[in-house]
Design a protein around this ligand. Structure first.
Ligand code: AMP
Length: 148
């Protein structure tokens, strides 16, 4: 039996993603209107490459990373550091962000994690409740195969 068949036939694919989620209280995030210098500070202090962008209602609007911020201040001859305070997160972020409802199955999260390091988890009102990361997905698969 292939690895995929084993996963499909097992309970691991039906685990609800909430069980594996990093809860929102532990997620570093920024808001749409934050200046870029604040976003860069959060990214550097947290050590993450990219983090979610939320609005004031705690809804997911996109994601922002260090590379995007640095790219946005790149002038022709120098890094234009003053732009860090002039630009806001909403000017630079990408709105392409993978998201799933909290009641989706682990299988869907697994598929999304192939191309995305994290997936935003939302409740039924589309409010952000946490992240599913590649680490948590791999940890679950590792646990499953260590047992069997
Ligand atoms: P990991 O699988 O733990 O390496 O996480 C994958 C990606 O998810 C990281 O590179 C970050 O972009 C994001 N991430 C993980 N944990 C957090 C967190 N607590 N707060 C914000 N972003 C996170």
């Amino acid at each position: 039996m292939t690895l995929l068949q084993t996963l499909k036939n097992s309970q691991v694919m039906d685990n609800e993603i909430q069980e594996l989620m990093v809860p929102h209280e532990r997620v570093a995030h920024v808001q749409l209107k934050n200046p870029l210098d604040h976003a860069l500070l959060v990214l550097i202090k947290s050590g993450y490459t990219a983090i979610p962008v939320l609005d004031t209602d705690y809804k997911v609007c996109g994601q922002i990373g260090k590379a995007q911020i640095l790219d946005s201040i790149l002038g022709i001859e120098r890094m234009e550091m003053e732009r860090l305070h002039d630009y806001k997160v909403e000017d630079v972020m990408t709105t392409k962000v993978p998201r799933l409802n909290k009641d989706e199955t682990f299988g869907k999260a697994l598929m999304l994690s192939i191309n995305h390091p994290f997936v935003c988890i939302e409740d039924d009102d589309k409010a952000f409740i946490g992240l599913m990361t590649r680490r948590s997905i791999l940890a679950l698969i590792h646990r499953y195969f260590s047992k069997s």
